[in-house]
Unconditional design. Structure first.
Length: 301
C-alpha cells in the first residue's frame, strides 16, 4: 500500500527530527548527505510513496528497490535518479551500505534555468533511472558528491549555482553511459499515454516570443490530440503520476510563467497572453493562487 506523498518537511523530520530554517515553500531547495549518516540504528524505514522532490543517489552494497510497478535488485555501485512522479521504497539487503544522495526541488533549477527536468530521460515518465558504475566511474561520481558536500557547507556566495552544475554534470555523465536495460520491462499502456502527454506538453515550451501561444490548455485538448477519451487520459495520468491532468498542465504553465517573469522584460499582460490567458486579471489570479504572490511581486523579489 502506498503512503501519501512525502514532503521535504516530512523528510527532515523523519531523518533528523528538525526542519532547516532555510526551508520555505515555493523556494528552491537543495541538500546533500552521506547515506551512512542517515541510516543508523533506529532509523525509520523508508515507506513506499511519492516524494515532492527529486533525489539522486550513489549506493554501494546490495539493495532492493520497489520503483513504480517494478522491483529492482541492485548490487555493487549504482547511480539512481528518482523523480516526484514515481513512488518508490528502498530495502538494504547487505549490512554494509554506503554512498551519497542529494535532494532538490524542481524550482531549484527552473528559477534559474529555462526548460524542464522531465526532458531528461532519467526523470521522464517511464524513464530508466539506474546506472551501474565501474570502479573508475564510481570514483568520478563519488568525487562529484564530495564536492557537493564541501560546497554546501561553504560560505561561497554563488555556491548554489555551482551545486546546480554538479547535478547537471551527474545527469549527463549518466546519460553518456549505458542504462541497465536488463532491469526494465516496457512501460504499460497508462505509462505510454502519460509519456506522450508529457511530450506534447513540453513541445509547447519554451515560449520564445510574445506572439507564441500555449495552445493545448486543457485535458480535453490533449485527449483530442491523442485520440483517446478524456476520462481515459485523466485516469492514466492519475495512476501514473498521482496528479490530475489539470495539475500537470498548471504546474508547467506556472514554471514557464516564472521563467518569463525572471528572464524577459515582457510586460505581465504579454506573458499572460502567450500562456493562454485572455485577460491579465485571469493570469494574475492564477499566479497568485499557485504561489501566493502576484506576478509583479514575484518578478521584483
Amino acid at each position: 500500500m502506498m503512503d501519501k506523498t512525502q514532503t521535504l518537511e516530512h523528510f527532515y523530520q523523519q531523518k533528523f527530527n528538525s526542519v532547516p530554517q532555510t526551508l520555505q515553500n515555493g523556494v528552491g531547495h537543495f541538500n546533500v548527505f552521506r547515506i551512512e549518516d542517515c541510516h543508523g540504528p533506529g532509523a525509520t524505514p523508508v515507506t513506499y510513496s511519492r516524494r515532492d522532490f527529486y533525489k539522486v543517489s550513489l549506493v554501494r552494497g546490495e539493495y532492493l528497490y520497489h520503483y513504480a510497478d517494478k522491483s529492482l535488485v541492485v548490487k555493487g555501485t549504482t547511480l539512481i535518479f528518482f523523480n516526484p512522479n514515481v513512488p518508490y521504497t528502498v530495502q538494504a539487503l547487505s549490512e554494509s551500505t554506503t554512498g551519497y544522495f542529494c535532494i532538490f526541488t524542481e524550482s531549484f533549477f527552473t528559477e534559474k534555468i529555462r526548460g524542464s527536468l522531465n526532458e531528461l530521460p532519467m526523470f521522464s515518465i517511464g524513464g530508466k533511472p539506474a546506472y551501474f558504475l565501474s570502479d573508475t566511474q564510481e570514483q568520478f561520481v563519488a568525487g562529484i558528491f564530495e564536492k557537493m558536500l564541501e560546497e554546501i557547507n561553504s560560505d561561497y556566495v554563488f555556491k548554489y549555482d555551482l551545486l546546480r552544475n554538479y547535478v547537471t554534470e551527474l545527469t549527463h555523465y549518466a546519460l553518456k553511459s549505458e542504462p541497465s536495460e536488463s532491469l526494465y520491462q516496457h512501460p504499460n499502456a497508462q505509462s505510454r499515454i502519460t509519456a506522450v502527454f508529457t511530450e506534447l506538453l513540453e513541445r509547447q515550451f519554451p515560449i520564445e516570443t510574445p506572439s507564441q501561444r500555449f495552445a493545448l490548455r486543457s485535458a480535453k485538448d490533449f485527449a483530442e490530440k491523442l485520440a483517446v477519451h478524456v476520462n481515459h487520459l485523466n485516469r492514466s495520468i492519475k495512476v501514473t503520476t498521482g496528479k490530475t491532468t489539470t495539475d500537470l498542465i498548471s504546474e508547467r504553465v506556472l514554471t514557464e510563467a516564472k521563467s518569463l517573469l525572471k528572464h524577459t522584460d515582457w510586460n505581465i499582460s504579454e506573458i499572460g497572453y502567450c500562456l493562454g490567458f485572455e485577460e491579465a486579471a485571469h493570469f494574475n489570479n492564477f499566479f497568485k493562487k499557485q504561489t501566493a504572490f502576484t506576478p509583479g511581486h514575484f518578478r521584483n523579489v
